[in-house]
Design a protein. Structure first.
Length: 210
């Protein structure tokens, strides 16, 4: 029996697919929105896949800092996303968390899923890395997506201004060199990340370092 809901069932094959990219700094609720979107689509009778790469949990899961989580497919660099989806009997939509870490070829595959198979693709991720330079996959999503959405959950710098940039902090100091992808979180760790406004990112000013 279907649980009562204000959401209406969505018939299949009624419209073209769409490729959407939702971006923002760390702590702005990207994974939370991805999980909520998957929940709503499933409640409406749609069939989907949830993908992730380098989730903070270290497992093949999408997790949020407010405690929500879901099993997911871990996207390795050699995973063909079109073949993955076509291996399932029915897929109406794909949720792609941490899409900034995918390969550029995999972003092209997401566009193929939308254009060639009518599948809705919802990608979530950072736009820029700790050097304030765009991730290649994020740049390709900006170029290809039908819709681009900056998430509205505001993250503040220590000074109170809107946080826009993700600083990598090693040994209590902001660093600007190193591997582009180093997995970490915003808590206490030897390598951590802190969201800063443009002014304090460029100045390397972390405020009162914890």
């Amino acid at each position: 029996m279907t649980e009562p809901s204000a959401l209406s069932a969505v018939p299949t094959g009624t419209r073209d697919g769409v490729l959407r990219f939702y971006f923002g700094p760390m702590d702005c609720g990207k994974s939370t929105l991805a999980l909520q979107m998957n929940y709503n689509h499933r409640r409406q009778g749609r069939h989907g896949l949830v993908l992730t790469k380098h989730d903070r949990s270290g497992d093949a899961r999408v997790t949020s800092r407010i405690g929500l989580g879901s099993e997911a497919v871990e996207v390795e660099d050699d995973l063909d996303l079109v073949a993955l989806v076509r291996g399932h009997r029915r897929v109406d939509y794909v949720i792609c968390d941490e899409a900034c870490f995918y390969t550029v070829e995999q972003i092209e595959q997401l566009a193929d899923l939308t254009d060639d198979f009518g599948i809705d693709v919802y990608a979530f991720g950072l736009a820029s890395d700790f050097r304030s330079q765009m991730f290649p996959a994020a740049q390709r999503l900006f170029e290809l997506a039908d819709e681009i959405n900056r998430l509205q959950v505001e993250v503040l710098c220590w000074c109170g201004r809107p946080g826009r940039l993700n600083a990598r902090v090693v040994g209590g100091k902001l660093v600007r060199t190193g591997e582009q992808v180093v997995i970490g979180d915003t808590g206490e760790a030897a390598i951590r990340y802190q969201v800063l406004c443009r002014r304090h990112y460029r100045a390397g000013d972390l405020g009162d370092v914890r």
